[in-house]
Design a protein around this ligand. Structure first.
Ligand code: CDP
Length: 796
């Protein structure tokens, strides 16, 4: 007699199943792009510009060609003959593949050499002589809009200056009225510095063009293989069905591996020209100076406040420095991503945001580094403003937030910028966080310490983030609608293979997707193999970034499992010799309603699909689901940090960090905790040490790991995580919300707010990140704000 299976035992939803992918990773058996060796493979290296802005007067490649072992030297001029010197970006701009007229940032790709090995290719790059005529460099938006600023994009028609766009959203008139009624207006200005996702594995590709079959296969480090296939088809004018993009194991992406980089394009062209596989593997400095930067945004905001603490309105302006090319990967409708998701957790009647994007002599920026298209900037700005406003009003930080939260019974809620949020228990999360940190006690301790000259501080960050772009009505990239997909094939023995359009880069999809199948079908998770990243086999999908996997691809996994269950029900009715209406489902088993002992397992249905299907039924047990989510998911989080600042040195130490994350139903609680810890580590790094900036000539300061610091376990503080608040997403098939980014998005403000709280009473309103000891010391000593925008100062 068959029985329902125990969901946790089979590794279903809620099981802290160990990550199946780790089995190969910890044995050193991962298969990364650089591990792949193809017969006859050549190697490509890129010559990069040493200058940030300069005319190219000439490029002499003759000495490079003379080096034995060199097969090809590519320059922009040669690319131009194939219409490949420039390529379209994901934000309707153009980007140089190899520079022809001038270089526009330090590290820009100028030429490529393809040789027998990478060392010969590197030597040959050094033999190329480029005659540059330096031009003044622009390293911030203020310089970009100055009357005498050189025009960086003089390659473009109708581009008389360095402004890319002006964009606005919200209700200008309503916000004006709110400010007219305000008792207090609280203002803040800050710079969210450039940061770099710096995944452990750099970018790379191996292009393999086979003239005999006309097939191009590219192994590459991409988070979005199907988008790349379409881009290659368009850019290289190759038929899409003859292009196969394979994204093997990826050593971290964090948004860095979404854009199309010149190295990919050059390796493809080189393989077509040479008819041999061509491998390009970027080095660490190349990755740090030339690939997808994040942030670099100047924020200027004010809150209209009633004396009792009610927020009446918010006004925000931002200047975004996009670098030399506007290549952000983000929904086409939104020029500055989802920056306008700011203040979604608060009940605010009126809001208005204006944004200006400018070019500069820096590598293209604006990638969504572990965030949904600029929500990191939005939440940082929001929580820095909330702290400043509570201080201005003389209100308690926690009370001020609580009194402005959207109430639990006020959902669905229209945010001040027009998003629709659907669920949350914000005050409850805050209460859990305050209890965990020991709020009242800490405030007492803080006052006592202050009396003895010790500086303690507590920072709160509360936020909701839009995850899971998105519904196809509002979200597209270059016109391609944002949905995702899953394909499930159940074999006759009840084992299965699942493929999705997402691409894991370390988040554990191979583990968690199988758990969703187990939850829906009762097939043990160990019996489901998950495959992603091969465009010849996986169904079309928009890829993994913006924590969209669980909200979109994860939902598709549930939906395709349900399609399989619907067919299995017909098979069960046939096997049980009853009508379908008389068949009931419990996990892993169908049974006869009137005789529950009579049942068949999902595995028995699987074999019947191949060996004993009813007359007229199509054989097999497989299906595909494309999922277009009705809305984004809105997880909520509270991060609270306590610190002690040393007034003599400006050094600050984290005393305690508490995180309360409500991401709806947790598929795998252990993986969720790993995501939160990783995010908090990045948040701590951004707030305390990460510093990639530029001097007045546009030289990148921080282009190696001596200068651009990644925290190790030694520096990283411990984190206390809380999971007791669970508000299922009402529209997601399994009630899950995204989680991958929350802590990296909401965390930085908690660390900064804690240090600023320690400095309260000194008159210091803001210190720009990273809060390096010398900046904190300067603020404390001179009682002044410390700005951190480039150009870097001589003493930094
Ligand atoms: O898109 P990405 O995979 O980066 O982010 P995500 O969808 O937030 O998921 C990150 C990891 O956490 C995945 O392995 C998810 O399956 C897992 N997760 C979970 O177990 N429960 C949730 N409610 C959300 C994510």
């Amino acid at each position: 007699m068959s029985q329902a299976v125990d969901e946790i035992k089979i590794g279903g939803i809620g099981a802290s199943r160990k990550r199946v992918e780790d089995n190969r990773f910890i044995r050193g058996k991962g298969n990364y792009t650089d591990d792949i060796v193809l017969p006859g493979m050549l190697h490509m290296e890129i010559l990069r510009s040493p200058l940030a802005h300069a005319l190219i007067k000439s490029i002499d490649t003759s000495k490079a060609w003379d080096i034995p072992g060199v097969h090809l030297v590519l320059t922009g001029e040669m690319m131009a003959t194939r219409n490949l010197a420039w390529m379209p970006t994901l934000s309707y701009d153009t980007q140089a593949v190899l520079a022809t007229d001038k270089v526009r940032f330090q590290g820009q790709e100028v030429a490529c050499v393809i040789a027998d090995d990478p060392y010969i290719a590197k030597d040959a790059c050094e033999a190329i002589v480029v005659d540059y005529e330096p031009l003044p460099a622009i390293v911030n938006p203020q310089q970009a809009v100055a009357a005498d600023a050189p025009v960086i994009r003089d390659d473009k028609e109708n581009q008389p200056d360095n402004v890319i766009y002006h964009w606005e959203v919200g209700d200008a008139a309503g916000t004006e009225r709110a400010f007219a009624q305000a008792d207090v207006v609280s203002k803040i200005q800050l710079h969210y510095p450039r940061s770099h996702p710096s995944p452990i594995e750099c970018c790379g590709s191996i292009a393999d063009f086979n003239r005999a079959t006309s097939k191009l296969t590219v192994y590459m480090t991409t988070q979005a293989p199907h988008i790349i296939r379409a881009a290659v088809a368009m850019v290289a004018e190759l038929p899409e069905h003859m292009i196969r993009i394979i994204s093997p194991d990826i050593g971290g992406g964090f948004g860095n591996k979404v854009p199309v980089y010149p190295g990919y394009v050059c390796s493809i062209l080189a393989s077509i020209l040479l008819e041999r596989p061509v491998k390009w593997i970027e080095d660490k400095t190349g990755n740090l100076i030339s690939t997808g930067f994040a942030r670099d945004i100047y924020l200027d905001g004010e809150l209209a406040l009633r004396r009792d603490g009610k927020i009446l309105g918010v006004r925000m302006h931002c200047d975004a420095d996009h670098g030399a090319f506007f290549s952000d990967a983000q929904p086409s409708k939104f020029k500055i991503g989802l920056l306008h998701s700011a203040f979604a957790a608060y009940d605010i009647p009126a809001a208005h945001l204006t944004a200006r994007g400018t070019y500069s002599n820096k590598a293209p920026g604006g990638v969504a580094y572990r965030c949904s298209f600029r929500v990191t900037e939005a939440m940082f700005f929001q929580e820095r403003m909330m702290q400043a406003a509570a201080d201005d009003l003389g209100l308690d930080q926690a009370d001020f937030r609580r009194m402005n939260f959207v109430a639990d019974d006020d959902f669905p809620h229209r945010t001040p910028f027009g998003f629709l949020t659907d669920s949350g228990q914000y005050a409850k999360c805050l209460d859990v966080g305050l209890r965990a940190i020991g709020y009242e006690e800490f405030r007492r301790e803080q006052a006592e310490a202050r009396a003895r000259g010790r500086l303690l501080g507590l920072g709160i960050s509360t936020m909701t983030e839009p995850l899971g772009a998105g519904n196809s009505r509002e979200y597209d990239i270059l016109g391609i609608k944002m949905f995702d997909s899953a394909e499930l094939k159940v074999h006759m023995t009840g084992k299965a293979i699942l493929r999705t359009g997402a691409r894991t880069q370390g988040q554990g999809h191979e583990t968690t997707w199988a758990q969703i199948v187990a939850h829906e079908l009762g097939i043990p998770a160990d019996d489901v193999v998950v495959e992603e990243g091969d465009t010849d086999t996986a169904p079309f999908g928009m890829g993994t970034y913006a924590s969209r996997s669980t909200p979109v691809a994860g939902a598709a996994v549930a939906m395709v499992s349900r399609k399989i269950r619907a067919k299995a029900r017909k098979l069960a009715a046939h096997l049980l010799e009853v009508s379908e209406e008389d068949v009931e489902w419990e996990l892993g088993r169908f049974y006869v309603r009137s005789a529950p002992d009579r049942g068949v397992t999902i595995q028995e249905c699987a074999i019947a699909a191949y060996a004993n299907m009813p007359d007229g039924m199509e054989p097999g047990l497989e299906n595909t689901a494309y999922y277009d989510p009705p809305n984004l998911t809105w997880p909520f989080a509270v991060y609270i940090v306590t610190v002690e600042v040393d007034p003599a040195t400006g050094v600050w130490d984290v005393l305690k960090t508490v995180a309360v994350d409500d991401c709806g139903v947790r598929i795998n609680p252990m993986i969720v905790e790993g995501q939160i810890m990783g995010g908090l580590t990045e948040a701590y790094a951004m707030s305390s040490m990460q510093f990639i900036t530029f001097d007045a000539e546009g030289n990148c300061v921080g282009s190696n790991y001596m200068d651009y610091l990644l925290p190790t376990a030694w520096e990283t503080p411990g984190f206390e995580l809380h999971s007791e608040v669970v508000t299922p997403c009402p529209h997601h098939p399994i009630g899950a919300k995204g989680i991958g980014e929350c802590a990296a998005v909401g965390g930085p403000a908690a660390f900064v707010n804690a240090v600023m709280d320690a400095l309260s009473g000194t008159g210091v309103r803001n210190i720009d990140m990273p809060l390096l000891p010398d900046r904190v010391w300067e603020a404390l000593t001179y009682h002044r704000d410390v700005a951190g925008a480039p150009p870097v100062r001589a003493d930094d």
